[in-house]
Design a protein around this ligand. Sequence first.
Ligand code: URP
Ligand code: ZN
Ligand code: ZN
Length: 459
Amino acid sequence: MGLLIRNGEIVNVGSRLQADVYAENETITRIGKNLEVPPGAEVIDATGKLVFPGFIDPHVHIYLPFMATFAKDTHETGSIAALIGGTTTYIEMCCPNRNDDALEGYQLWKSKAEGKSACDYAFHMSVTKFVKETESQLREIVADGTASFKIFLAYKNFFGVDDGEMYQTLELANRLGVITTAHCENAELVARLQQKLLAEGKIGPEWHEPSRPESVEAEGTGRFATFLEITGATGYVVHLSCEKALHVALDAKSRGVRIHVESVLPHFLLDKTYAKRPGVEGMKHVMSPPLRAKENQAALWKALANGSIDTVGTDHCPFDTEQKLLGKDSFVSIPNGISGIEDRVNLLYTYGVRRGRLDMDRFVDAASTRAAKLFGLFPRKGTIAVGGDADIVVYDPSYRGVISAKSQHTNNDYNGFEGMEIEGRPTVVTVRGKVQVRDGQFVGERGRGRLLKREAAHF
Ligand code: URP
Ligand code: ZN
Ligand code: ZN
């Protein structure tokens, strides 16, 4: 059955058009004014609404064994939360640790999502060690359509790679034309600072930020950039949090290093005072890199507006109150992470577009199109165009609401953005031509999501 979305304002990067969109067999087949309604087509009236390409979250954790526990979402809960918030595709970090076999890990992560996700998805394959079988395993994973890697410079002895392993990964990535995403914090300095602070009796969540200061992130970013420069590989800094690290990344870019930057929603809207809240309230705002001094936010917004920050992801990684309390006696045991998959688009639209920090073009680019281009999904995803997947968000800019754990769909008992007002939300969300969300409710098909195969493109 066809789907006709009528008379909305279609917003793509570089164009805005009052028109209809028609989709058949999962694909957009026509865009134009006053399209006729084919017999049997479902019609959605989008008058007064914005019609966006499905949003893409380039950085989420769904299945994640980490810090003596597991992130709380499953692909059922995470994908429904994503869709309600307008995200129709997410890229999950596949994260076997240093003691795991990479290929077995990849199969495990795939098995967790298959038949369970209600939206489309892909993986960044983490390289957490480089041993003799790593090259052939990574070749197999890339050939399977997972054409991006992830490395952690942080999390010593768990996910973290040393400089030799980083070099080998980037050198291989360059030969394969694969982009490598990286968590850039100096693992050694973090470990030393943690020990020092604990020895001084500084055990609360407010000490998480001083254990990983801005200079530690700037060092990691600079080292990653230098390794990209030497190997010629293409890189993508994930969850960049502060002006200092931003300068390092942009300086590298200006000398020709192929480096891209992602920042994640918490760093635009929350600051380190949240982690200073008493007791578990502070722990709920512990993530890495940590929430920073508020002054950084203006620099992040500015860089996002001018495109120096390429994308906005979430680093969605929910841990509930009980899990956060694992760190009640020591900040180094607080599971690092915060949710965001459901709220990213509405918060970015409200505090970016509505508050005049971001134009509509950049909003669509940062939340959808740029990620599609960088990660080999464009033009199938990331734009409303004939021939593309019919992943469409009909967005109501007149909606008013408030973020609350009471109404959320992600599997958590609090929301780090609790109480923030939103000015806009999706009324209809489709995945490959099927309506999955209406007015904040999931009305679609569970398990509809597909693993997206992607080609290497960064030669
Ligand atoms: O605090 C965070 N970011 N948790 C998830 C793991 C990671 O580093 O992305
Ligand atoms: Zn990270
Ligand atoms: Zn992450």
